[in-house]
Design a protein around this ligand. Sequence first.
Ligand code: AMP
Length: 281
Amino acid sequence: MQVITSIRELKLIISNIRRKGKTIGFVPTMGALHKGHISLLDKCLKDKNFSIASIYVNPSQFNDKNDLRNYPRDLEKDCKLLEQANCDLIFTPTDEEMYPEKDVRVFDFGTMGSVMEGKHRPGHFNGVAQIVTKLFDAVEPDKAYFGKKDFQQLAIIRKFSRDTNYSIDIIGCPIIREADGLAMSSRNQLLNKDQRKAAPLIYNTLRQAKSLIHSQSIPEIENYVEKTINNNPFLKLEYFQYVESDSLHQIRQFTPEVPVNACIAVFAGKLRLIDNIEIIL
Ligand code: AMP
């Protein structure tokens, strides 16, 4: 497994791989890897690609300086995990490599970018689009693998891939969870004992919100979710919404055959946890 930090070197290696007729599969990450990340790599390898994982904590997508400062980093452990998982190449660039100068590009995703995470983390998706386009330009993959854990991010990446004519297959991969249902996340290691104990309530509540759609109205379920989460002393609801899975438009009633996701963001102290669940009627 090679570990590369420069785009120039990366491009040389990739052109050699292409000459051998191999396709390139790409798994972008911010490191502090867990089984959720590895599941993306497994899928990438299963699809018989030359697999490239990137590890880069992208400053431009953090709207909170403390969150960026505290974001967990362990490159040595990440490299070991990726090697064990048979990754072919790790791209781990420096800030200077990715941002030789300030990126002033502005992306507008319309409603898709201004609801939920877009509303509560201003500038977040602009930063995501800046780094993902830079990484796509550096790697030029045939396929790129993203987790459904970041459901809105996946929808937005699909959208700008269409808008920019990238001929990259965007593959959405299932959410990997802890045994108690908590969606795996690099930030989970920052939860204290009480918060970690409380956190599975998020997914349990989402499951309830899925089963209640047959017996209760959306406002009633919203009320239920708010009460259930906020009754726990270690959690505080930021938002809960049912949205159309493709457009991310908030829905006020269910229509048969229109796929919907219920999306949630919850604070555990200063940490923000997000999750979602698919609902197909
Ligand atoms: P991150 O390192 O948090 O930026 O995540 C890198 C990629 O891994 C993104 O496509 C995430 O959606 C995906 N990912 C993170 N957590 C999970 C999970 N629990 N299950 C599946 N994919 C995940």
